[in-house]
Design a protein around this ligand. Structure first.
Ligand code: MIC
Ligand code: SF4
Length: 748
C-alpha cells in the first residue's frame, strides 16, 4: 500500500478537526475524527447522529469474489475507465472445503475459472488489485496489507469492520455502493450513533478477545448495534492485541453495528511493524493525537457516546453462543446445564477453528497449546476438527512453527486459506438432512444451514482455544475449561489455560502472496464474460417506476421470525451463481419461514391457489403475468451479510415493496439501491393483520417525501379493507433511485 494515502489524510486532519470541534462545541471521539476527515464537504454536511445522511469519501474499496461479481457488473455499467479509489478483489468465498488445502484449491481454480477470469480481467482493466484464490480471506488480507489507523474503508462484505483492529472505520456495504464509489461518487450512510465500550482490566487465562464480543452479543443482541458505531476505549483496550481487536470489530457485524473501532496504540504499532509497514507505524506514532479520541472524551464519556457499556476484562469468562443466533450467549460454565435442560444434542460432530474472524497467530498458538495438552494426555480429537487459516502468511507461519503438525497429529485437517465451511462450502461427510447435530466453531455466524447446508444443525460459536478443547472432548455437555477429563491412561487431568504468542517471534513466514497488480492502463483490455456462461450474466437495467401507485399487490411471502440474508438468498451451493442474477434468483427465500406455509422457502400462488411452490416459482409466475408483489418481514429483516442478491433477486422477480417491523442497515440500503420500496410498519402490531389472501396497495407514491409516512391499504378477501401507515427512511436522493428503477439507473 502506498503510504501517501495516510500522509495526505493525516495532513488534512488538524484543520478539519478544528472546524469540527468548533461546530460541535466539544472534543471529538475517534469515530467522529474518521468521519469528519472523510466528509465529502464538511461545511455543507449536516452532522446529526441517527438522522443526517453522511456523504463520505472512503480511502479504499475491498471486494470478495462472491460479491465482487455484482459489484463489478454494476460498476461496468457506469462506463468509467478506472476505479476512482484504490480497490482490491479477493478470491476467498468460492473455494469448497472437502479434501484439504491443496486439492480443494486446485479444484476451485478449475471449477470457478470463468468467474476468476472475469474478476481478474476486470481488475486488470479497471486498475484494481487482484488477490488470487488461496491468497487468503478478504478481511485478514486487508488487515495485513491495507487497513491503517484513521482510515475509512468500505468492503462488499459485512465483516469488513475487522479493519477496526488497526484503528480505522471499515464498513460493510452492498456491491452497488462499492460500484458507485469506484465510479467516483461519494458514499452515503446514515450518521451513526455511538456506543462507547469502556474496557478496564486485562484478559487472562481462557478469556480471549472473542469472549468480549460474544459477551456483547448476548448483552446488546443482534440489533443492538444497528446504525451505530461501537467505539472501544479505556485502559483495557491497550491490552488487547491488534488481531484480537480485529476479531472484536469483525464480529461487531453480529450486533448489526455499522462498524467498530479501537484507538491507535502500541499493539497496532507492533502489528504494522511485523506486517512490513514500519513506515506507516512511524507515521501514525508521529500523528498519534489524531488517531485517538480527544482527551476530554475519556473524562466524561457520557457526553460523547449515546450509550456506554462497561467491561472489566479481568472478570470476563469464556463464552459460548448459539445455536442458530449469535446473541444466545452464556459463560461456558453454564453451557452443559443449558444443553441438558434444552435438549441440545451434546455430541459434537465437528469443531472448526480459523476463518476471517479468528485465525491470528495468537489464536492459532493458543489453540495449539490446548491441542498439545490433549496430545500429551494421549488424546485425539473426537469431533471432526477443521482449521481454516486466514491467509498465506498465517498458513506458512503455522507450518513453520509446528502448529500445523500439532493440529494434524490431533486428527485435524488444515483447509485452504478461504471461507470454506464458514459459508457453507463444506461437504460435511457425516451430515444428514433432517437430523439435528451439534457443531462448534470459532467463526462469526451460526444461522441455520449456514455451515453444512443442514437447517437442523445446531451451530455454536466460541473462541478458537475453547473450540479446540471441545474438539478433544467432543462433548457439549462437558465443560473443558473447568472440569477434569480423562487422559488415554485413564488418569484425570485439567487443561491448563491456553498460552500463546501475540505475534510470531521470527516474523511471518511468507508463501506465495498471490497478488496481481492491475495494468497501468486498461485501454484495449477486455473483460471476459463468456456469452453462454451459466455463472455470469451481464446486467440489464431494472424498469423505471411507471409513476403509478401500487394497487392490490399479492403477498408473496410474510416471513416469520429471523429473516437473515442467508434465509433470503442462501449461500453454499448457490454461491456459484452469484454472477448470474437469473439463475441465483431460484434460491429466493429458500431458507425463510413463511407465516402461511409449514415448510421454509415455499408458499402458495394466491392467484391460482396452487400450493407448495418455491417463492421463485411463484414470483416468476406473477412476473410472467406482469404483476408485482409485496413481501412482509419481521424484526431486523435482512440481518447478516452484505449480499445484495437478497435485494436484487426480489427486484428481478418483480417484488415492488418490502414492509417489515424493522430492517438491518446494509440490507435496507441494498433494497433502496435496487429500486424496491423499503417500508416499516408505523405500528409493528400491524404485521399481525397481514393475511395470505390480502391484496395490498401502497398509495400516494408521487408525493413520496423524506420523513412522510406512506399509506398502505390492506384489502381483505371478504371485501373489507383497512388502512395502516408505514414509515420509511428514504432521502431525496433515494426517491430518485426509486423513480429511476435503481440507483444505477439514476446514475446514467
Ligand atoms: C458472510 O459472512 O455472510 C459472507 C458470506 O461473507 C457475506 C458476503 C456474501 O454473502 O458474499 C457477508 O458477510 O457480507
Ligand atoms: Fe468468509 Fe466467513 Fe469471514 Fe464471511 S465470515 S468473510 S464467509 S470467513
Amino acid at each position: 500500500m502506498s503510504i501517501d494515502l495516510a500522509k495526505n489524510l493525516y495532513a488534512k486532519m488538524p484543520d478539519v478537526f478544528a472546524k469540527a470541534r468548533k461546530k460541535f462545541g466539544r472534543g471529538l471521539t475517534l469515530s467522529e475524527k474518521v468521519l469528519v476527515s472523510h466528509a465529502d464537504d464538511f461545511d455543507s454536511q449536516v452532522w446529526e447522529r441517527g438522522k443526517a445522511m453522511l456523504a463520505l469519501r472512503p480511502d479504499r474499496v475491498a471486494m470478495q469474489d462472491a460479491t465482487a461479481q455484482m459489484a463489478m457488473l454494476q460498476f461496468m455499467q457506469a462506463n468509467k475507465a478506472q476505479a476512482a479509489v484504490p480497490s482490491t478483489i479477493h478470491c476467498d468465498h468460492l473455494i469448497r472445503a472437502e479434501m484439504g488445502s491443496e486439492k480443494d484449491l486446485l479444484r476451485a481454480v478449475d471449477e470457478n475459472a470463468e468467474v476468476y477470469n472475469f474478476l481478474a480481467s476486470a481488475a486488470k482493466k479497471y486498475g484494481i488489485g487482484f488477490w488470487k484464490p488461496g491468497a487468503g480471506i478478504i478481511h485478514q488480507v486487508v488487515l495485513e496489507n491495507y487497513a491503517f489507523p484513521g482510515s475509512l474503508i468500505i468492503g462488499t462484505d459485512s465483516h469488513t469492520p475487522n479493519g477496526g483492529g488497526l484503528g480505522g472505520l471499515a464498513i460493510g456495504v452492498g456491491g452497488a455502493d462499492a460500484g458507485e464509489v469506484m465510479a467516483g461518487l461519494p458514499w452515503e450512510v446514515l450518521h451513526p450513533k455511538l456506543i462507547g465500550i469502556h474496557l478496564t482490566g486485562k484478559l487472562s487465562g481462557w478469556a480471549s478477545p472473542k469472549d468480549v464480543i460474544l459477551y456483547l452479543c448476548g448483552l446488546l443482541t443482534v440489533k443492538g448495534g444497528t446504525n451505530k458505531i461501537v467505539e472501544y476505549f479505556g485502559p483495557g483496550a491497550d491490552t488487547i492485541s491488534a488481531t484480537g481487536k480485529g476479531t472484536i470489530c469483525n464480529m461487531g457485524a453480529e450486533l448489526g453495528a455499522t462498524t467498530s473501532v479501537f484507538p491507535f496504540d502500541q499493539k497496532m504499532v507492533a502489528y504494522l511493524n511485523i506486517t512490513d509497514r514500519g513506515d506507516l507505524a512511524n507515521l501514525a506514532i508521529a500523528n498519534k493525537s489524531l488517531l485517538v479520541p480527544d482527551p476530554e472524551v475519556a473524562q466524561s464519556p457520557e457526553k460523547y457516546y449515546d450509550q456506554i457499556v462497561e467491561i472489566d476484562l479481568s472478570k470476563l469468562e469464556p463464552h459460548v453462543v448459539g445455536p442458530h443466533t449469535p446473541d444466545l450467549a452464556r459463560p461456558i460454565s453454564k453451557m452443559a446445564a443449558e444443553a441438558k435442560e434444552k435438549g441440545y444434542p451434546v455430541q459434537l460432530k465437528a469443531a472448526l477453528i480459523g476463518s476471517c474472524t479468528n485465525s491470528s497467530y495468537e489464536d492459532i498458538s493458543r489453540s495449539a497449546h490446548i491441542a498439545q495438552q490433549g496430545l500429551k494426555a494421549g488424546l485425539k480429537a473426537k469431533a471432526s476438527f477443521l482449521v481454516s487459516p486466514g491467509s498465506e502468511r498465517i498458513y506458512n507461519t503455522m507450518k513453520r512453527d509446528g502448529f500445523l503438525e500439532t493440529f494434524e497429529q490431533l486428527g485435524g485437517t488444515v483447509l485452504s486459506n478461504s471461507c470454506g465451511p464458514c459459508i457453507g462450502q463444506w461437504k460435511r461427510a457425516d451430515g444428514v438432512k433432517g437430523k439435528a447435530d451439534s457443531i462448534v466453531s470459532s467463526f462469526n455466524r451460526n444461522f441455520p444451514g449456514r455451515n453444512d447446508g443442514i437447517n437442523e444443525t445446531l451451530s455454536f460459536l466460541a473462541s478458537p482455544e475453547v473450540v479446540t478443547a471441545y474438539a478433544i472432548t467432543g462433548d457439549l455437555g462437558f465443560d473443558p475449561v473447568n472440569q477434569l477429563l480423562k487422559g488415554a491412561d485413564g488418569k484425570e487431568f485439567k487443561f491448563l489455560p491456553p498460552v500463546g504468542e501475540e505475534l510470531p517471534a521470527k516474523g511471518f513466514a511468507k508463501g506465495e502472496e498471490g497478488f496481481v497488480a492491475p495494468a497501468a492502463s486498461g485501454k484495449g483490455l477486455t473483460v471476459e464474460v463468456p456469452p453462454t456462461s451459466e455463472r455470469l450474466q451481464l446486467l440489464q437495467p431494472f424498469p423505471r417506476w411507471d409513476g403509478k401507485d401500487f394497487e392490490k399487490l399479492p403477498l408473496l411471502i410474510k416471513t416469520k421470525g429471523k429473516t437473515t440474508t442467508d434465509h433470503i438468498s442462501p449461500a453454499g451451493p448457490w454461491l456459484k451463481f452469484r454472477g448470474h442474477l437469473d439463475r441465483i434468483s431460484d434460491n429466493m427465500f429458500l431458507g425463510a419461514n413463511n407465516a402461511f406455509f409449514p415448510e421454509p422457502g415455499k408458499g402458495t400462488d394466491v392467484l391460482t391457489g396452487e400450493t407448495g411452490l418455491t417463492m421463485a416459482q411463484i414470483a416468476r409466475r406473477y412476473k410472467a403475468k406482469g404483476i408485482g408483489s409485496i413481501v412482509v418481514g419481521d424484526e431486523n429483516y435482512g440481518e447478516g451479510s452484505s449480499r445484495e442478491h437478497a435485494a436484487m433477486s426480489p427486484r428481478f422477480l418483480n417484488v415492488l415493496v418490502v414492509i417489515t417491523k424493522s430492517f438491518a442497515r446494509i440490507h435496507e440500503t441494498n433494497l433502496k439501491k435496487q429500486g424496491i420500496l423499503a417500508l416499516t410498519f408505523a405500528d409493528p402490531k400491524d404485521y399481525e393483520k397481514i393475511e395470505q389472501q390480502d391484496r395490498i396497495s401502497v398509495t400516494g407514491l408521487s408525493s413520496l417525501a423524506p420523513g412522510k409516512p406512506v399509506q398502505v391499504t390492506i384489502h381483505k378477501a371478504d371485501g373489507k379493507s383497512l388502512t395502516i401507515q408505514a414509515n420509511h427512511s428514504i432521502t431525496e436522493q433515494q426517491i430518485a433511485w426509486f423513480k429511476a428503477g435503481s440507483a444505477l439507473n439514476a446514475l446514467n
